[in-house]
Design a protein around this ligand. Structure first.
Ligand SMILES: NC(=O)c1ccc[n+]([C@@H]2O[C@H](COP(=O)([O-])OP(=O)(O)OC[C@H]3O[C@@H](n4cnc5c(N)ncnc54)[C@H](OP(=O)(O)O)[C@@H]3O)[C@@H](O)[C@H]2O)c1
Length: 348
C-alpha cells in the first residue's frame, strides 16, 4: 500500500469507549471523520460533539453493522476505515447468535464489502486478545504471538461445558471480571471476535483490500463518554467499589485506551504495517494493581483478600513496538481512569 494521504476516514461505533478516543485522535491530526452511531440524536453521543475540531471535522452518520446500505453511505468517500464497533456485552444476552455473533461477524463483512465498493485504501480492524487466547493447545508458560488463533470450536464448546475456569481468563477478557457471569455467555464474545477476525482476513485475501488488525488485551483508561459504561470500565470500577470478599490473584494484561488509539493510527499510517498486532502494555498481578490504587485512593471499597493462583500463558506486543508503538506508565492509566470515573459519576 502506498502512504495513506490524510483525508476522510470512517470510525464505526464512534460513541464507544475506544472509538471515542480514536475519533479524538484523528480529529487532532486533522482527519475528517465520519463517525457511525446507531442513533445520532441520542444524548449518549453528546461527548463527541464537544471534541476539539468536531464542529468542522466530525460528521455523525447513522449506521448499524447489520444494515449494509447504512454502512455504504457512511463509508462512501472515505479513504480509510477504523472498524471498532462490535458488541461487548457486560451481562449475559438472551440470544447470543443474534446479538453478539451476527453484528461481529456479518457486520465486519458488511463493513469490508462497503470498503471495497468505496475503494478504501486501508481498513484497520479492532479485534481482541480473545481471538488469540482461547485455545486448549497453548501451554502454561507460552508467550502468545500473532500466529496464535483461538479455537473457534473450543470457544463454542465451552459455552455449554465449563472446560476452563473462566476466572483464569480474566486477564484478557474484561467482562470475565464480573462474578455473576456464566461460562455459557463468556465464550460467545471470544467466538465472535475469533470468527470475525479470521473471516475478515479471508475476505481481504480474496479481494486484495489492505486490512490490518489490532488485538488489545484489557483496555483501561479515562472515559470520554458520560452516559454509558463499557464492559472494561465497569470491570475496573467494580474493583474499586464492589468490596469483593476474596479474589484470585490473576495476572492482568492491561493497555491504556489512548495507547490503543495510537496503535490504530500507527498501523493505519505506516505503509509497511501488515496482518495482526497484539496490543498490550503491562503485565501485573491484580493484587499489585489494587495496592497501587489503594496508595493513591485509599477510601474505596477494594477486594478484601486474594488467593494465589498459577500463572497462565502471556502475550507480547513486540511486533507493534517494532513498528514504533510506545505506551504510558500503568500509574498514569490508573490515575486518569479513576479521575474520569469520578467526573462521570461511575464510582458513586
Ligand atoms: N475494552 C476492552 O477491554 C477491549 C479489549 C479488547 C478488544 N476490544 C474491542 O474494542 C472494540 C470497542 O470496544 P469498547 O471497549 O470501546 O466497547 P463499547 O464502548 O461497548 O463499544 C462498542 C461499540 O460497538 C457498537 N455496536 C455494537 N453493536 C453494533 C451494531 N449492531 N451496529 C453498530 N454499532 C454497534 C456500540 O454502539 P452503540 O453505542 O450504538 O451501542 C459501541 O459504540 C470492540 O471491537 C471490542 O471487541 C475492547
Amino acid at each position: 500500500m502506498s502512504v495513506v494521504a490524510k483525508g476522510k476516514v470512517c470510525v464505526t461505533g464512534a460513541g464507544g469507549f475506544l472509538a471515542s478516543w480514536v475519533v479524538d485522535l484523528l480529529l487532532s491530526k486533522d482527519y475528517f471523520v465520519h463517525g457511525t452511531v446507531r442513533d445520532p440524536d441520542n444524548e449518549k453521543y453528546s461527548h463527541l460533539k464537544k471534541l476539539e475540531k468536531a464542529g468542522d471535522k466530525l460528521k455523525l452518520v447513522k449506521a448499524d453493522l447489520l444494515d449494509y446500505s447504512s454502512l455504504q453511505s457512511a463509508i462512501a468517500g472515505c479513504i480509510g476505515v477504523f472498524h471498532v464497533a462490535s458488541p461487548v456485552p457486560s451481562s449475559s444476552v438472551p440470544n447470543p447468535e443474534v446479538e453478539v455473533m451476527a453484528p461481529a461477524v456479518d457486520g465486519t463483512l458488511n463493513v469490508l464489502k462497503a470498503c471495497v465498493e468505496a475503494n478504501v485504501k486501508r481498513v484497520v480492524y479492532v479485534s481482541s486478545a480473545a481471538a488469540l487466547m482461547m485455545n486448549p493447545n497453548w501451554s502454561k508458560n507460552q508467550v502468545i504471538d500473532e500466529s496464535c488463533w483461538s479455537d473457534l470450536e473450543f470457544c463454542k464448546r465451552t459455552e455449554v461445558k465449563r472446560i476452563l475456569n473462566p476466572s483464569s481468563l480474566t486477564c484478557y477478557f474484561p467482562h470475565l471480571l464480573f462474578t455473576e457471569i456464566s461460562p455459557f455467555w463468556q465464550n460467545w464474545y471470544c467466538a465472535s471476535k475469533t470468527q470475525a477476525e479470521s473471516e475478515a482476513f479471508e475476505f481481504a485475501k480474496r479481494t486484495g483490500i489492505s486490512l490490518v488488525s489490532i488485538c488489545p488485551t484489557m483496555v483501561f483508561g479515562p472515559v470520554l463518554q458520560q452516559h454509558t459504561v463499557n464492559a472494561s470500565t465497569l470491570a475496573l470500577a467494580k474493583l474499586l467499589k464492589e468490596g469483593f470478599e476474596s479474589r484470585e490473584n490473576q495476572v492482568r494484561l492491561i493497555v491504556d485506551v489512548r495507547d490503543v488509539a495510537q496503535a490504530l493510527l500507527l498501523v493505519y499510517e505506516k505503509p509497511e504495517a501488515e496482518g495482526r498486532y497484539i496490543c498490550t502494555a503491562h503485565k501485573a498481578k491484580e493484587k499489585d494493581v489494587i495496592e497501587k490504587l489503594k496508595s493513591l485512593y485509599p477510601n474505596y471499597n477494594y477486594p478484601k483478600s486474594y488467593v494465589e493462583v498459577e500463572e497462565r500463558s502471556t502475550m507480547s506486543s513486540e511486533k507493534l513496538q517494532k513498528l514504533g508503538w510506545t505506551f504510558r506508565p500503568l500509574e498514569e492509566t490508573l490515575v486518569d481512569s479513576v479521575e474520569s470515573y469520578r467526573k462521570a459519576k461511575i464510582l458513586d
